[in-house]
Design a protein around this ligand. Sequence first.
Ligand code: NAD
Ligand code: DAU
Length: 331
Amino acid sequence: MKYLVTGGCGFIGCNLVRFLLENRAGASVRILDALTYAGSLDNLGAAAEDARVEFIQGDICDAEAVRRAMGGCEGVIHLAAESHVDRSIFGAEAAVRTNFEGTFRVLEAAREVGIERFLHVSTDEVYGAAEGVSFDENAPLLARNPYSASKAGADTMARAYWITYGLPVLITRPANNYGPYQYPEKLVPLFVYKALRDEPLPVYGDGMQVRDWLHVDDHCRAMLAVLERGEPGEAYNIPAHNERPNLQTIRLILHELGKPESLITYVEDRPGHDVRYSMTGEKLAALGWRPEVDWEAGMRASVRWFAEHLDWLEASYARGKAFFEQWYRNR
Ligand code: NAD
Ligand code: DAU
């Protein structure tokens, strides 16, 4: 199958491109990516030189660029997004533009081209905070920050394209991913970066917020399970069943790096911080998927990966420096 992967030079995208090349005989991949601060050709490694991979630099909000990139493709995996909650709080415009308008452009081009299978990657954040509950796919979308609201809009638009136009859209709502190549604005790689430099780790609020940690390899298997075996028009949660308070994850990072817990520094909370994410996963389990990566082993290996790829970590961090200086200055 010939796939278009939007956002293929970002964290999940570059892992997915490698996964497709290694696990799907006959697959070829066209990547459409704007190469924002979060994306880099370096993330592709050897895949960038693979004859089965074609890279197009372009913006998903550019209708003509999207149409051209999609021509000749059979499947689309739509990952491109402004993916960081804090940045969306600092300024919501980029998230609204890319996540909502950009998704509309990608859906519209898919309709024109007659795409056979369209995977829209949404997020568990569209349900809002899971206080005392685990959401199934029929729970209302009650997003609470600009990032998740823009993703909820995109999720709803994707469903509308199935209902209105019959575009065979499948929607996934994954939990918090971790693993190699995650951009160091997200908790795990950011705290590895800071701990390696013996800098304070800025823990929001009391650090007891709960996230469900999904290894990116498990996520890649789940995306293909849904793309290949899911029902068009349906949404599928991708939980990991690895719910941990942030402090547990942070202590593991420090332990793996041999750094002291005195680096933990409590700072002003993220506005509207969702205290917990939690989802049920029966629909995806019925497609034969279950998470395989053990949380502790997977998290330790990821921490080591960042520590062993210091050049990558520092170059990636440097691309986002202006934001970090402003966001963390008064925290
Ligand atoms: P990322 O920020 O690491 O990568 C995003 C990629 O999209 C980058 O390569 C960037 O250059 C590209 N991009 C951004 N704006 C673009 C535009 N206008 N046009 C073309 N390309 C553009 O993100 P990620 O963590 O890999 O997330 C991928 C997708 O998965 C997103 O849709 C995100 O909402 C979703 N998701 C992520 C997680 C997670 O924990 N990382 C969990 C659930 C869902
Ligand atoms: O749940 C899926 C979502 O997971 C995805 O849709 C998003 O794209 C992805 O960024 C992620 O969102 P989170 O907000 O959960 O991830 P983040 O790594 O930013 O934060 C994880 C937790 O760590 C959260 O409770 C906030 C906390 N945190 C984060 C940072 C960056 C801190 O305490 N301090 C920090 O400096």
